[in-house]
Ligand binder design. Structure first.
Ligand SMILES: [Zn+2]
Length: 503
């Protein structure tokens, strides 16, 4: 199988050209980029794409997504994380989903991702009360069928829920606490056995699908589980993916539970490494930033989700300067309501400008595109495989039509990509050397049939979910109190991430 793109503008993100476009041909053979250059011999290519007025750029990488939230798309608004979680990650009575519904839910996210320019995604999947091997198989199958590159987890929490949030036992009524404590969290050995099985059976499937170790967070998992997960991630060279310091409540959590910041806790237990990817890291101290930089770990910057939950804004420039690799994520499909990554890039390009008047801390279009491509690949331990257009790398790329509204009139291409484009200009999405979407259509699956089947499943699902919501409403008043109490504390973090040193 070979594909040629003739005479396109290429925004390669390679070390030499970065976000400076140049005109050339591209030859793709099997799953890889075989050649890039002017006037290549393309006569042997089976498919030739005319590059006139076309931009070719690396496929976008979504560094942090939870497809399990997709059935709640557009359902919730104006709740902070700790309150919203009661409904999207219920403590009590969540219905166990059939593998088929998991498949449809995942296909929904994969199709929207692909059509809007994402070629590689990290999907950190939590199922209630825990993920079965059949559900995990369904996830892999959906990504395989739609044609994305994906790194998939079974997200785990193994501490009793009320012990993962400070002050919760001060506010939750005793009889409601008893109900929450009645469910037993998953045993570490059971989860590790499922991960080992997934690494043997599913990891590497179709040359596009990988498994990763994703303990939820240092306050939600025991340190023994996290250390065993890190050991397994190292043995199989896969990412160790977790959540740290998304909200002010979590900044207070470190001090309340461990007498130190959650980043310091990770460092002390040997969990801060290059393969560690941290979702959020908004409420980091100066010392935390230094520890993260020294480890060379990664950040998944979820700039839209963080706004929806009012979580805050990560100090991205400071983390980059410290040596942290930065990728962009949509986060879950309930806190972002979409998988689309062009809006995430747009938001990332804007939000740091209101953190501080010091323009040294703002991100450029090139910074944003790098985070949305190559930086993202690094968060999935795939930096040498994808994220840029370079000979020898996997052929994961987008072709965009530059005669569309977002690119007309054409000025600076990198600025158009970040500030004007919304995904509508994509003509081809190529993953692993195969055209997976073209002219707004996924080529390997029947989107209309899958969506119709999902719509049919929804009334029964929502009826069950409404009962679950009613049960979990018993915690809501207490969690608002937790939110207010924690937000009243001073945790020694600059709210804006950086105060200018001007006098
Ligand atoms: Zn997350």
């Amino acid at each position: 199988m070979s594909i040629a793109i003739k005479g396109a503008q290429i925004l390669s993100m390679d070390p030499e050209n970065r976000a400076k476009p140049f005109t050339a041909d591209i030859l793709i053979e099997d799953d890889r980029i075989a050649a890039i250059g002017p006037d290549l011999d393309l006569s042997g290519a089976q498919t030739v794409i005319d590059g006139t007025d076309k931009l070719v750029m690396p496929g976008l990488v979504n560094s942090h997504m939870h497809s399990n939230e997709a059935l709640y798309k557009g359902r919730y608004d104006n709740m902070p994380l700790e309150v919203w979680m009661l409904y999207a990650y219920p403590i009590l009575g969540a219905p166990v989903l059939s593998p088929r519904l998991v498949y449809l839910r995942t296909a929904l996210c994969a199709m929207e991702s692909l059509k809007s320019g994402t070629t590689c995604v990290t999907d950190d999947v939590y199922e209630s009360p825990y993920q079965t091997p059949e559900q995990l198989d369904a996830l892999f199958q959906a990504y395989d069928d739609v044609g994305l590159r994906a790194t998939i987890s079974g997200h785990v929490v193994n501490r009793p829920f009320l012990d993962t949030i400070p002050f919760s036992r001060d506010f939750v009524p005793a009889e409601v606490q008893a109900q929450a404590d009645a469910g037993t969290p998953m045993a570490a050995e059971d989860w590790l056995a499922i991960c080992k099985d997934a690494l043997t059976r599913l990891h590497g499937k179709s040359g596009r699908l990988n498994f990763m170790l994703a303990p939820s967070a240092p306050q939600r998992c025991t340190v023994e589980l996290m250390q065993a997960a890190m050991e397994m991630a190292e043995a199989h060279d896969v990412p160790f993916h977790t959540h740290i310091l998304e909200t002010k409540v979590q900044a207070v959590t470190g001090h309340e539970f461990y007498g130190e910041t959650l980043i310091a806790y990770m460092h002390r237990h040997g969990l801060l490494k290059k393969r560690t990817t941290i979702a959020h890291s908004i409420w980091v101290t100066d010392a935390d930033i230094e520890l993260m930089g020294d480890a060379g770990c990664s950040l998944a910057h979820n700039v839209i989700s963080n706004q929806k939950l009012g979580a805050g804004v990560a100090p991205v420039r400071r983390l980059l300067e410290a040596g942290v690799n930065v990728g962009l994520g949509s986060d879950g499909i309930s806190t972002s309501d979409t998988t689309r990554m062009f809006p995430v890039m747009h938001a990332a390009g804007l939000i740091h400008n209101v953190q501080t008047p010091d323009t040294d801390y703002w991100l450029s279009a090139e910074d944003v595109i790098r985070a949305g491509t190559l930086g993202g690949a690094g968060t999935a331990c795939l930096g040498d495989q994808t994220g840029s257009i370079e000979v020898g790398k996997k052929a994961d790329m987008l072709v965009l039509d530059m005669t569309t509204l977002p690119f007309t009139p054409l000025n600076d291409i990198a600025n158009h990509v970040v500030y004007c484009e919304d995904g509508r200009s994509i003509t081809h999405a190529i993953v692993n050397g195969e055209i997976m979407a073209q002219d707004g259509r996924c080529l390997r699956v029947n989107e209309a049939e899958l969506l119709a089947e999902l719509r049919e499943e929804m009334p029964a699902f929502l009826a069950a979910h409404e009962e679950t919501e009613a049960m979990n409403r018993a915690f809501e008043a207490a969690f608002w109190q937790v939110h207010r109490k924690a937000n009243g504390r001073d945790v020694g973090v600059h709210r804006m991430g950086q105060e200018p040193a001007w006098t």
